[in-house]
Design a protein around this ligand. Structure first.
Ligand code: GLN
Length: 338
């Protein structure tokens, strides 16, 4: 009996010890150390290539590399290239999905767009044909074009104003479109135009297709830097309130649904591999940006243009995997990060 009691006390003590160490606050030194480490370890990685199907993206210097953490209290830890403005591209997608949730609720998002991962590349037209939801989920091009078309607006100008305003609220500052990126993408947007028309054909686009295509392309051409991305992610980590401005951008109760879509589809057909590596909801873009969110704690953002074949930044995904592993913040327990 006594042995049993002692055993019980020991077990309780162990649980208490492990919960305290899990809950232990990560120190400023640790945040800065892992950011510096990730920058140093991966800055010379020479794999992948800039996106070139949007011609101007091929001209962005491939060696640029920035790594940043912003905590839910707005503390910033960063290394490398922090000021260079690149196009947000698909990192914009969860934020416009958030606008739809904020305006119309998560149910509309699920019913009018969808929430299943496609297991197919981000610009897949086959996904539109084979899945009954057509747009499938807001992290791929089809779902993101559908999201833009769902924004409540009477005119294209109003639609754009809302899309931009929402992303500015997440970043906590005024942002501009990189017009040369917009021109380069819009002039070559035949695939996305096909997707918009297909969705419209199936009754799954909610505005005139060319208008949705233009607003979507402008959204993808918004210029941001590494710190902006980290602040946007930190707003999600801070339950929908921007830590810099104090403005609420998304209702707290919608954060879990948004992060769930990022976890299952944020890396497109590489989302399984990503969750295996880092265990964090995240979103990537072909401009080279990535945001990952540690719910309730902080966000990690990276910028590095060379992409792997799935369209995800090679240095970025390694850097975030390393940081997540070092800090032991994977959602399902500490991941190996490799
Ligand atoms: N604007 C890009 C496109 O539509 C976004 C794709 C991406 O970042 N994965 O192709």
């Amino acid at each position: 009996m006594l042995v049993r009691v002692l055993h019980g006390i020991l077990a309780l003590a162990l649980v208490a010890f492990s919960t305290t160490s899990l809950a232990a606050k990560i120190s400023a030194e640790d945040y800065q150390r892992v950011v510096n480490e990730a920058y140093r370890m991966f800055k010379d990685v020479d794999e992948g290539a800039n996106a070139d199907y949007i011609p101007i993206l091929a001209t962005v210097p491939s060696n640029l590399f920035g790594v940043a953490i912003v905590t839910r209290d707005g503390e910033v830890y960063a290394a490398g290239e922090l000021d260079y403005e690149f196009s947000i591209q698909s990192v914009s997608k969860p934020f416009t999905a958030s606008l739809i949730m904020q305006q119309q609720g998560p149910r509309t998002l699920r019913e009018k767009i969808g929430v299943e991962p496609t297991g197919l590349p981000f610009n897949s037209k086959i996904a539109v044909e084979i899945y009954e939801e057509r747009s499938v989920n807001p992290m791929v091009n089809a779902g993101a074009i559908a999201a833009v078309s769902l924004v409540e607006a009477d005119s294209e100008k109003e639609r754009w104003k809302q899309v931009l305003g929402n992303i500015e609220d997440y970043a906590g500052r005024d942002l501009k479109v990189l017009e040369d990126v917009y021109d380069s993408e819009y002039e070559t947007a035949w695939g996305n135009r096909a997707i918009a028309n297909l969705l419209f054909n199936y009754g799954r686009l909610y505005s005139e297709p060319e208008q949705a295509l233009r607003v979507y392309t402008r959204q993808c051409s918004i210029g941001i830097n590494t710190l902006d991305l980290a602040m946007m992610g930190a707003t999600l980590a801070n339950e929908g309130i921007n830590p810099k401005t104090g403005k609420r951008v998304l209702a707290k109760e919608h954060i879990p649904e948004l992060l769930a879509i990022m976890a299952t589809a944020g890396f497109y057909d590489e989302s399984g591999e990503w969750m295996y590596r880092a265990g964090l909801p995240a979103k990537t873009g072909v401009g080279g940006g990535i945001i990952a969110v540690v719910p309730g704690k902080f966000a990690i953002a990276t910028f590095s243009p060379p992409l792997n074949p799935a369209g995800n930044s090679v240095r970025g995904l390694r850097a975030i995997g390393h940081i997540a592993a070092e800090l032991g913040v994977g959602l399902y327990g500490p991941n190996a990060g490799e």
